[in-house]
Design a protein around this ligand. Structure first.
Ligand code: ATP
Ligand code: MG
Length: 372
C-alpha cells in the first residue's frame, strides 16, 4: 500500500522514496494504454527523421510546447506576438508573456543539449531548468520558505491547500537525489521508460524543490526524459497542450496519489497524454511537410526565382521571415531578398506586415498549421 498524506496543510516529509511498489501500477489497463502510447510515439519518432531542415522546423514546433506549458500558469499571449518575438531571436529584449514563453523554449533546448552524451540527470540539470524558466537565480528552496499548492488551480499560496510539499534541511535534497537515481539507474530500477517518466514527473511535483516554476520544470523534464532515453531524437512532443486542456484531471490525478494512493489513474492520464499528443504532433509534421512541398512547386513555377529550395526552407524555419534572415544566410543580396519576399506576397504565400516600422513576412500556411 502507498502511504497516504495524513494532512495536506502540513509539509509531507514522509513522501515515500521511489520506486512505488509494483502492485500499485501493474495493471492490465495500464499496460494496454502503455502499448498504445508507445505505438504512437514510435510512429512520431519514425516520421520526425523525415523532417527536412530538422533543427529549424523543430524550433517552431517547440515554441508550441512552450506556449502551451506557459498557458497553464495563465500566461497567455497571441501567436502573433509570440512569433514576432521569436523572429527577433532574443528573449533578453522582450518583456511579458512572450518572454516567458521564449524562456521555456530556451530551457527545452538548453536541457536537451545539457543531457547529450554521458551527462545523466543531476541536481544541476533541474536547477538549470528552473532558473531558465523562472529567471530566478536561487536554487532549492530553503527550509524557511512556506509554500503549498492551492486547491483546484495553479499557483502557490492562495486559497486552501491541496498539498504541502516536504520542508526542512536536507530533506528536499535527499528526495531529489533518490528521484535522480531512479531516473538514471535502469539496472536497479528496470521499468518501462514511459512509466518512469510519469512516476518521475509526479515525484518531482510532490517534492516541489523550487519556490516557483515547478510545474514548468517538471513538464520540460518529461520531454528531456524521452530524448535522453532515446524514445525521441528531438524535443518535439506537445505534452503540455493536452495537459493544459485537461488541467483539472492533471491536478486531480496528482492529488489522487497523495490523498488516495491512486497511481493507476495518474499513469493512465500520463500515458494517454503521450498517445494523444504524439498523434497530434505526427499529423502536424505531415501537414507542414506537405505544405512545404506544395509551396516549393508553386515557387519553382514562378521560374524567375533563383535557389527556390533555400528560399522555401527559410520561410519554413519560422512563421515570420525578415529580409535579414535571407541575407544573413548569404542567400541573396538585400534587394533580391526583398524582391522575392514581395513576390511570394503577391502570389499569396506570404503576408507582409509592418510591426514597429519593420517588415515581417508571415508564412500563412505554416502559421495556420502551428496555430490550430
Ligand atoms: N496535488 C498536487 N500534488 C503535487 N503537485 C501538484 C499538485 N497540484 C499541482 N501540482 C503541480 O504543481 C505545479 C504548480 O507549481 P508551481 O507554481 O511551482 O509551478 P509553475 O510552473 O509556476 O506553475 P504552473 O504549472 O501552474 O504553470 C502544477 O503545474 C503541478 O505540476
Ligand atoms: Mg507558479
Amino acid at each position: 500500500m502507498y502511504p497516504i498524506n495524513p494532512d495536506r496543510t502540513k509539509p509531507w516529509n514522509d513522501l515515500p522514496l521511489l520506486p512505488p511498489a509494483r502492485e500499485l501500477y501493474e495493471d492490465i489497463q495500464v499496460f494496454t494504454q502503455l502499448g498504445n502510447a508507445k505505438a504512437s510515439l514510435g510512429r512520431l519518432q519514425g516520421r520526425s527523421i523525415a523532417i527536412p531542415n530538422q533543427g529549424l522546423l523543430i524550433n517552431s514546433i517547440s515554441l508550441q510546447e512552450a506556449k502551451a506549458s506557459n498557458a497553464i500558469e495563465n500566461i497567455f499571449t497571441t501567436d502573433d506576438e509570440l512569433y514576432k518575438a521569436y523572429s527577433e531571436q532574443q528573449s533578453r529584449q522582450l518583456e511579458g508573456p512572450a518572454k516567458e514563453i521564449l524562456n521555456y523554449r530556451e530551457a527545452l533546448w538548453l536541457g536537451y543539449e545539457y543531457l547529450q552524451g554521458d551527462q545523466a540527470f543531476d541536481e544541476a540539470y533541474f536547477i538549470k531548468m528552473y532558473r531558465t524558466v523562472s529567471q530566478f537565480n536561487d536554487g532549492i528552496r530553503p527550509p524557511v520558505a512556506q509554500i503549498y499548492i492551492k486547491e483546484g488551480g495553479s499557483g502557490l499560496n492562495a486559497g486552501k491547500a491541496s498539498y504541502t510539499p516536504p520542508r526542512g534541511q536536507g530533506i528536499i535534497e535527499a528526495k531529489l537525489q533518490n528521484l535522480i537515481d531512479f531516473l538514471n539507474d535502469d539496472d536497479q530500477y528496470p521499468l518501462d521508460p514511459l512509466l518512469k517518466m510519469a512516476i518521475g514527473h509526479f515525484q518531482f511535483e510532490a517534492i516541489h524543490p523550487f519556490r516557483d516554476g515547478n510545474g514548468r520544470t517538471g513538464r520540460i523534464f518529461n520531454i528531456h526524459y524521452l530524448t535522453k532515453k532515446g524514445l525521441l531524437d528531438y524535443p518535439i512532443l506537445f505534452l503540455s497542450r493536452y495537459i493544459m486542456d485537461n488541467k483539472d484531471d492533471y491536478y486531480a490525478c496528482l492529488s489522487g496519489i497523495t490523498q488516495k494512493g491512486n497511481w493507476k489513474s495518474w499513469l493512465l492520464f500520463m500515458l494517454k497524454t503521450v498517445e494523444v499528443t504524439a498523434n497530434i504532433t505526427y499529423n502536424k509534421i505531415n501537414d507542414i511537410i506537405s505544405a512545404k512541398d506544395a509551396i516549393l512547386d508553386a515557387v519553382i513555377l514562378e521560374n524567375n526565382i533563383s535557389r527556390p529550395e533555400s528560399l522555401v526552407s527559410t520561410i519554413f524555419t519560422e512563421p515570420f521571415t525578415k529580409v535579414k534572415h535571407l541575407t544573413d544566410r548569404g542567400l541573396y543580396a538585400e534587394n533580391t531578398a526583398r524582391k522575392y519576399l514581395d513576390e511570394l506576397t503577391r502570389i499569396g504565400i506570404l503576408e507582409k506586415r509592418m510591426i514597429q516600422g519593420n517588415s515581417y513576412y508571415l508564412n500563412l500556411e505554416l502559421y495556420r498549421i502551428l496555430s490550430e
